[in-house]
Every structure is written in C-alpha cells, then in structure tokens.
Design a protein around this ligand. Structure first.
Ligand code: IPE
Ligand code: IPE
Ligand code: MG
Length: 240
C-alpha cells in the first residue's frame, strides 16, 4: 500500500501554546500569578494524558523570548513556578518514563533555575514513554538565527559547504534536533497567532485554536482535537 494511504492513528508530536492564564485570573477576580498557578495544574493533566495515550513528544510553550518584557514580578513568579514544577514533578516524570527536554535561550535563565532544569533533564534522560519538551525563554526567530550562526561557523571552519545547506541540515541545527515536527499545534486562549513559536517546525502542522483559557483546558477537549485530527486529510502539497 502507498505510504500516503495510511492514516496514522495518533499524532506523534503535539505542540501547545498555553495562553489565557492572565485572563482566567481576571475573570476570577484574582492576581495574574494565580492564573499561572491554575495553569500549572492543566500542565499536569495534559502531560499525564499524552503519556497515557502514547504521544511521543509534547512541546509546551511556557515562556517566550518576548515574555521577558513582562513586569519583573510576573517574570519572577513564572520562574518560581517552573522551579516548583521541577521540584514537584521530576520524580514522577522518572517513574513514568517521561524524558524532559528544554528548548530556548536557557542562558538567559537565572543560573540556579537553569541548573535545576538541566539536572531534571539529566535525571529523566533515560525515559522512553514520551518526551516532554519545554519551550522556555524560547523564540522561533532566535532559534533560527542561532542555527544559522552555527552553520556559518562550520562553513568558515571548512567543515561544510554552503551548497549543502538544506532543510535537513537546518532541522538538525535547531533546538528541536532529533524530534519529529509537530503534527498538531494547539493554541488556547482565543488568539489566532503563532507568537514566535516553532516557526520552522510548524510548516505542515494541523492548527487548532481554542477559545478555552489554558487553566480550563480539559482532557476531553484535547481528545476531541485528536479525534478531529484523525479525520483530517494531510496532503503535504501532494495530490492524494
Ligand atoms: C500564558 O498566559 C502564559 C504565559 C505567557 C507565560 P498569559 O499570561 O499570556 O495570559 P493572558 O494572555 O494574559 O490571558
Ligand atoms: C505566547 O503567549 C507565549 C506563551 C504562551 C508562553 P503570549 O500571551 O505571550 O502571546 P501574545 O503576546 O498574546 O502574542
Ligand atoms: Mg497571553
């Protein structure tokens, strides 16, 4: 059978822009940080569901390169939540065989946070069930620029020739090297934009925009999206 006749049952890689925490807090008469705390619970739910149903990679957009421009107090609260998450979940991730990975400009993180993140990645490195890929201090344009810089240095060093630069080579120099491209990209919170997320990797992702604010995003809604994805005809530019 032609390989394109086979409808894969499950997406291999789901990427999510977790948006709407601030508005959720506002709707509940709370401070924005409470929205981020509530959002952290949705992270737990999504990670366990995705691992349970056999998703290979779950990428979560946790903090963008532009989010550094938010008020210092909010940035500090988000970093604190990240540390709490690592402290609370690393052991569980190890038990569940979930490998933690991080993409983004981690050198901008406070050295303590960075160390904790790297330790958690090391401790979970043998996990085979799923990769949980956290995009932190991440911007798609930064990532592409960094890849181009590395490639240029390799050309200057005589390791590579300019005309060998292709899709595959670029892909292998991105932070996501080794991971399949996302099949599904979901953005919660009702905005219809990408906000500098995985600009290269989303080339052929199926896009879903949900009005649900991230803290209210449920397992049922994710399952509905996966179900819809399974009905979609992905043509990759071809005629089927
Ligand atoms: C997403 O929620 C979380 C981060 C960007 C860290 P927001 O904080 O952007 O929530 P809204 O968009 O203001 O509601
Ligand atoms: C995108 O949400 C970044 C994350 C969810 C981490 P933002 O709330 O920062 O995006 P904009 O400002 O609405 O584009
Ligand atoms: Mg937002």
């Amino acid at each position: 059978m032609d390989e394109f006749d086979i409808k894969p049952l499950l997406p291999r890689h789901i990427a999510m822009i977790m948006d709407g925490n601030g508005r959720w807090a506002e709707q509940h008469g709370k401070l924005r940080v409470k929205g981020h705390e509530a959002g952290a619970q949705t992270v737990d739910k999504m990670v366990s569901l995705c691992a349970e149903i056999g998703i290979e990679v779950l990428t979560l957009y946790a903090f963008s390169s532009e989010n550094w421009e938010r008020p210092a107090l909010e940035v500090a609260a988000l970093m604190r939540l990240l540390r709490h998450y690592l402290k609370r979940e690393t052991k569980r991730l190890m038990e569940q065989g979930i490998r933690l990975r991080a993409i983004g400009r981690l050198d901008r993180l406070d050295p303590k946070v960075r160390k904790e993140l790297e330790d958690a990645c090391k401790k979970t490195a043998a996990g085979k069930t799923m990769t949980l890929n956290l995009a932190i201090s991440y911007g798609g344009r930064d990532e592409i620029c960094d890849a181009v810089q590395t490639i240029c240095r390799r050309v200057q060093a005589g390791e590579l020739k300019c005309d060998t630069i292709d899709d595959k080579l670029m892909t292998s120099h991105l932070d996501t090297a080794g991971l399949p491209d996302p099949d599904i990209m979901i953005r919660t919170g009702g905005e219809y934009r990408i906000s500098n997320f995985l600009l290269w990797q989303l080339a052929y992702a199926e896009l879903y925009f949900s009005d649900t604010l991230w803290p209210d995003f449920s397992k049922d809604e994710l399952l509905q999206i996966i179900n819809d994805f399974q009905q979609r005809e992905r043509r990759f530019g071809r005629v089927l």
